[in-house]
Design a protein around this ligand. Structure first.
Ligand SMILES: [Zn+2]
Length: 354
């Protein structure tokens, strides 16, 4: 997979409204699935039996698997009934489930092997950026301890892999909130254990919408030769900024969620003004009345099915009529926009290093 790459979230083994062939046609090279949701439905053992997540969903590209740490943090911040932390791991209950489950670091890796993920993530303990220092300290201590336990299970499972099977990669997540000392300690201890790659953990955006300083700092802490995943970072200008810093992997629900809501990312002048602060794209609200008679495509520079085959007027009509085809075409277009954006960044990587 060429870097930087944008991996759409296929949390439940599907990017809503699209199938795997659509993703391939949009130029997507990898997806991110979620260990929690897939353990609940269809179940990790079912996926193992069916040859793994890629075969299950007819997807030939890379599968990265989220450890579930962030999701349990979100559940826990809603209610202690939905998520709690202990030394053993994270206990959670997904909405709609009747009983809770304990996700230990060991189980987290076992399940990712059952699902045959290509990029696996260690279980981490995510916190709120404004959480007190003692909570951030606990988050770093547990994240490092759990990463150690994940690595042990991973090493055993890799040894037992049948010959010819491709060895997956194991990534660890750097926590530490806004405290540079804690971020450094977390990165150093994880580097000492040794992983194939790392992830930026925690909330990446400040209240004014810009990236927090820790994002740049974590890249400085991890040697440039090792890939770094900007977990949850996905605004186009943030991707450009992070790629400039040396981040290689991105995932975010933004383009797909926005597509379903009728917001399209449209390139300006063929990405000529590409820069973290540049105006290289605009947002088109497809439902807007001004497109009622607009015969032009969504994006002149785009080769996706929505832009090749249909006018803004027709897309607007689909959204206006509440037909799911509108959501599907807008999602396809947004993913194609992201694929075109990262292709531009791949071509420019050399200049970033200058
Ligand atoms: Zn398009």
């Amino acid at each position: 997979m060429r870097l930087p790459a944008f991996l759409p979230d296929a949390t439940k083994a599907v990017v809503r409204t699209l199938d795997s062939m659509d993703l391939e046609r949009a130029g997507v090279e990898g997806i991110v699935v979620n260990v929690l949701h897939l353990s609940s439905k269809p179940g990790a053992s079912v996926l193992r039996k069916l040859g793994g997540i890629g075969r299950f969903m007819g997807w030939r590209g890379v599968v990265a698997c989220d450890s579930g740490g962030y999701q349990i943090y979100s559940l826990a911040s809603r209610s202690r009934k939905l998520g709690t932390v202990s030394e053993r791991g994270l206990r959670y209950r997904l909405p709609g489930d009747t009983s809770s489950e304990l996700l230990t670091p060991e189980k987290c890796i076992e399940k990712q092997f059952q699902m045959r993920a290509d990029i696996m993530f260690c279980l981490d303990y995510c916190t709120h950026p404004n959480a007190p220092t003692e909570v951030q300290r606990e988050s770093v201590a547990r994240t490092v301890e759990w990463a150690k336990r994940c690595k042990q299970v991973f090493a055993r499972r890799v040894e037992a892999l049948p010959s010819g099977d491709v060895r997956p990669l194991l990534f660890a997540v750097v926590q530490g909130g806004a405290d540079p000392d804690l971020r450094r300690r977390c990165a150093e201890e994880l580097l000492e254990i040794g992983f194939d790659g790392y992830g930026y953990g925690g909330w990446p955006v400040s209240s004014n919408g810009t990236l927090v300083e820790a994002v740049a700092y974590v890249r400085e802490l991890i040697p440039a030769s090792l890939p770094l995943h900007a977990l949850g970072i996905g605004k186009p200008e943030s991707i450009v900024r992070c790629a400039e810093l040396g981040y290689g992997l991105f995932d975010c629900t933004l383009p797909t969620r926005d597509g379903r809501r009728g917001t399209a990312y449209v390139s300006v002048d063929g990405f000529a003004g590409i820069s973290p602060g540049g105006s290289f794209y605009e947002l088109v609200r497809i439902r807007d009345d001004r497109y009622r008679r607009d015969e032009s495509p969504l994006d002149d520079g785009c080769d996706c099915p929505a832009c090749r085959g249909y006018s803004r007027a027709y897309l607007r009509h689909l959204f206006d009529s509440g037909d799911p085809t509108g959501q599907r075409l807008a999602t396809l277009h947004n993913l194609r926009f992201y694929a075109r954006l990262v292709a531009q960044l791949q071509a420019r990587t050399g200049s970033f290093e200058d």
